[in-house]
Design a binder for this molecule. Structure first.
Ligand SMILES: *Cc1c(COP(=O)(O)O)cnc(C)c1O
Ligand code: SF4
Length: 367
């Protein structure tokens, strides 16, 4: 058998090159991970598509291979997996918790009742490039795309083309923030805001920094996790040369996502004075156990990151197979609080339309 060395030593690479080298087809990724396509689970049967809870019936096609049936889900949401992230996956394991977050699956064609295109109702009433839902903080959609396409993403149907912050929108967005002194924190979001280059980001951050009632700049990003070389000297320079306090909220769902290269980068960020937090999504068959959540929290702390939120899955169309029920989530967290110090327990929350902040989930514990 031919042994292909999987882990190459961490070298400084240009992150944009890594981005361009991402896997975009199921075949190429499975080949890289040495997963035999004939070992894939069978395609879903017709009754899965036509049971009572499912509103749309897209029958299984028997005339195409199983790998093609899964691969076809790329039409619903393109596949994109950077190599450094693939290097954190186990070889020969279709059920690897990292792989399962990013592989297109035939199950995405299941159209389940209650699972909708815009579960958070973000798509109406937003100023282009800006979401102002919570009083003191405003979300800027700096860049539409992401370095990785997570299949469970609640923004998988978001019309980024119409909402990306282009040069023309900058001015009105900054004016909006300038005119509302209730806002004290600006969040760079997306997509992934770190998909923008450092020159653009530095310029925008400086303009935000000039608004005197803003105290903090927060960046919601998954890029350092999937391409650690994104955390380069340019990024560190603009981020730490501001008056406002920098916070990075990463998105990590499983302890295996925390590799050596990321740990090196979070150490640099911490030394530069950046507060590092993490948000996760509770996902079926990926991190839906007390063990998985506890191990993740411990690994985050080792990497200088504190757990912040654990989000209940948002019911987005095509991703019902990731859903964890509320009673199950409550059971998991009831165990987690007995095993971790309070500062390592993420807040279990749900984002509901028209609420003034994230809604905490009551764990249903008896006094
Ligand atoms: C989550 C979110 C925020 C940030 O909320 P925090 O509780 O401060 O982390 C801001 N705006 C929108 C629209 C959000 O969804
Ligand atoms: S990185 Fe975040 S926004 Fe981008 S696809 Fe994944 S979950 Fe969605």
């Amino acid at each position: 058998m031919l042994i292909i060395p999987k882990k190459t030593p961490p070298v400084e690479t240009h992150w944009q090159k890594e981005l361009a080298n991402s896997f975009t087809t199921l075949d190429s990724l499975l080949q890289y991970l040495q997963i035999d396509p004939s070992s894939l689970p069978p395609a879903l049967s017709n009754d899965v598509f036509s049971n009572n809870n499912n509103i749309n019936i897209i029958p299984t096609q028997n005339d195409i291979s199983i790998i093609e049936q899964h691969s076809n889900a790329r039409r619903l949401f393109p596949m994109r997996v950077p190599k450094p992230f693939a290097d954190l996956m186990q070889q020969s394991n279709w059920y690897d918790p990292l792989l399962q977050q990013v592989v297109p699956q035939q199950a995405e064609f299941v159209d389940k009742l209650g699972f909708v295109v815009d579960p958070l109702q973000e798509q109406n009433g937003t100023t282009a490039g800006l979401i102002h839902k919570y009083k003191s903080r405003v979300l800027l959609l700096v860049r539409g795309g992401c370095a990785i396409n997570c299949r469970y993403c609640f923004r998988r149907h978001f019309p980024y083309q119409d909402n990306q912050l282009g040069q023309a929108q900058y001015q009105s967005v900054l004016e909006y923030i300038n005119n509302d002194t209730n806002i004290n924190e600006v969040i760079f979001s997306g997509g992934d805001p770190l998909m923008a280059n450092d020159k653009q980001l530095a310029k925008l951050a400086q303009k935000v920094d000039n608004i005197t009632h803003i105290k903090r700049l927060r960046i919601h990003t998954r890029l350092p996790v999937v391409i650690p070389s994104r955390v380069n000297n340019e990024l560190l320079a603009w981020l730490t040369n501001l008056r406002i306090k920098p916070i990075i909220v990463l998105h990590i769902n499983h302890k295996n996502e925390i590799g050596e290269a990321l740990i090196e980068k979070t150490k640099m960020l911490k030394q530069a004075g950046v507060t590092l937090l993490n948000q996760s999504v509770l996902l079926k068959n990926i991190n839906d156990s007390a063990e998985a959540i506890c191990e993740l929290s411990e690994a985050l702390f080792e990497a200088n990151i504190l757990p912040y939120y654990l989000h209940m899955f948002d019911p987005v169309k095509g991703a019902a197979h990731f859903d964890v029920s509320k009673p199950d989530a409550q059971k998991i967290m009831a165990k987690v609080i007995t095993r971790l110090p309070g500062f390592l327990v993420p807040k279990l929350v749900q984002e509901l339309p028209r609420q003034p902040g994230k809604t905490p989930i009551d764990l249903g514990l008896e006094p």
